[in-house]
Design a protein around this ligand. Structure first.
Ligand code: SF4
Ligand code: SF4
Length: 116
């Protein structure tokens, strides 16, 4: 079901418990390295694009995973998704005092999460 279909149904007074989580990344012998974007929460504001020092994100005109969704959508750049562990290292120093991640902090919609 696309976001547009969901909105149409909800406009008729029906609430749908529906989440669209898109996972970008990979697993290897050392762990799981995924960034998840909740496309139901993301409004494509672009704040994560501007704050990410590794230029992981981009806003595209159409949702590549939902052809029925005509709204802009934020995604992880394809060339980056298989290198996330290394690309994100600059924000994830080893040790217990890991600072808040810029991409997660800037997203007021709480649409971004990381698996590691
Ligand atoms: S900051 Fe959050 S709401 Fe804005 S584009 Fe990024 S994921 Fe979407
Ligand atoms: S943790 Fe840092 S490098 Fe990784 S996506 Fe977020 S802002 Fe970009």
């Amino acid at each position: 079901m696309s976001k547009r279909q969901k909105r149409e149904i909800e406009s008729k007074g029906v609430r749908i418990n529906f989440k669209m989580l898109v996972n970008y990344g990979y697993s290897d012998g050392s762990g799981d390295y995924f960034i998840t974007i909740d496309t139901d929460k993301c409004n494509a504001c672009g704040a994560c694009v501007g704050v990410c020092p590794a230029q992981i994100f981009e806003v595209v005109d159409e949702d590549p995973y939902d052809p029925m969704n005509e709204q802009p959508q934020t995604t992880v750049i394809p060339e980056k998704k298989n290198k996330l562990k290394y690309e994100c290292e600059r924000c994830k120093p080893s040790g217990n005092d890991r600072p808040a991640l810029p991409c997660v902090s800037v997203c007021v919609s709480e649409a971004i999460s990381h698996s590691w």
